[in-house]
Design a binder for this molecule. Structure first.
Ligand code: LHQ
Length: 265
């Protein structure tokens, strides 16, 4: 997979690929190129069988500060009508690729995650935060609404009341508080952040990757299904999990009282 990006660092360590958004001078705010590069890398990771877990993080002191706002003043001043919805379709392509990724994606959040950067972190399957994390749905501060799928993911993660509070007041939520309300899965001291992220991702990369892909499909699709439809889907997906090499390995390991060695097949 390509690694010579301008605003994205790509590093692979065994089954874990780390994608680092790299515009630290603006707290990794998104310009078009960084968004295109991240989308390309995510789409490539989906196809790459050597990748079994993706970590998304930011360079320097932040995860990301949302859309780079410096270009948007120009868009407002222009005579041509600017449709922000048109621009958002580029983010939607990224978020859909993340949702359809048949392996786990973990957001590793140090410092600020604001606006659409936060909502991209929420589109990851799990989040690990440093205790200096500052998470904010910054949109209302500039008279906008949460985009990047935040209107869907946020209330499902933390409940409607908290989601409305975060969206309207746009206050910062700290790492420990984010863990308490379920906005992140785990918050660790900053000094332990890199090691903890690595251990978390390695554990996922050594798991039954195909079953993880099927778990994503079951849980995400079930959000929009009634109970019976979900049970039907469960049957179909369990049929698929049942014939994997990793299922056989897991049962054999259990019966022989040894640890399973999953290969992701
Ligand atoms: C930035 C940014 C930034 C440019 C910090 N842009 N430079 C989608 C589609 C279309 C339209 C619009 O929106 C969207 C989605 C969105 O994401 S909307 C939300 C956009 N993001 C924001 O509104 C957040 C703006 N940033 C902030 O409120 C603060 O910078 C936060 C709270 C993120 C961090 O505060 P501090 O830790 O105090 O850092 P800072 O403000 O000093 O920022 C450091 C530098 O980064 C600074 O540049 P400078 O040259 O003064 O050092 C900032 O101007 C720059 N920066 N965010 N989004």
């Amino acid at each position: 997979m390509r690694t010579d990006f301008q605003h994205l660092l790509v590093e692979q360590d065994e089954g874990v690929i780390t994608l680092t958004m790299n515009r630290p001078e603006v707290l990794n705010a998104f310009n078009d190129l960084m968004l295109e590069e991240l989308t390309e890398a995510i789409e490539a990771a989906a196809q790459d069988e050597t990748v079994r877990c993706i970590v998304l993080t930011g360079a320097g002191r932040a995860f990301g500060a949302g859309q780079d706002l410096s270009g948007f003043g120009v868009a407002h001043g222009n005579d041509e009508p600017f449709r922000v919805s048109q621009h958002l379709t580029k983010y939607h392509r990224l978020i859909l690729a993340m949702r359809e990724m048949p392996k786990p994606i973990v957001a590793a959040i140090r410092g600020v995650a604001a606006g659409i950067s936060l909502n991209i972190a929420l589109a990851c399957d799990m989040r690990i935060a440093a205790d200096n994390a500052r998470l904010l749905e910054a949109f209302a501060r500039i008279g906008l609404i949460p985009d990047g799928g935040g209107g869907y993911t946020l209330p499902r993660l933390i409940g409607l009341g908290k989601a409305l509070e975060m969206s309207m007041l746009a206050d910062e939520v700290s790492g420990p508080e984010a863990e308490r309300i379920g906005l992140v899965n785990k918050c660790v001291p900053l000094a332990e952040f890199e090691e903890a992220t690595k251990a978390f991702a390695k554990r996922l990369a050594k798991g039954p990757t195909r079953s993880y892909g099927l778990i994503k499909e079951l849980l995400y699709k079930s959000l929009d299904m009634d109970f019976q439809a979900s049970l039907h889907l469960e049957g179909q997906l369990q049929d698929a999990a049942f014939v994997t090499v990793d299922h056989r390995e897991g049962v054999d390991a259990f019966l022989h009282k040894r640890s399973a060695k999953f290969t992701g097949k």
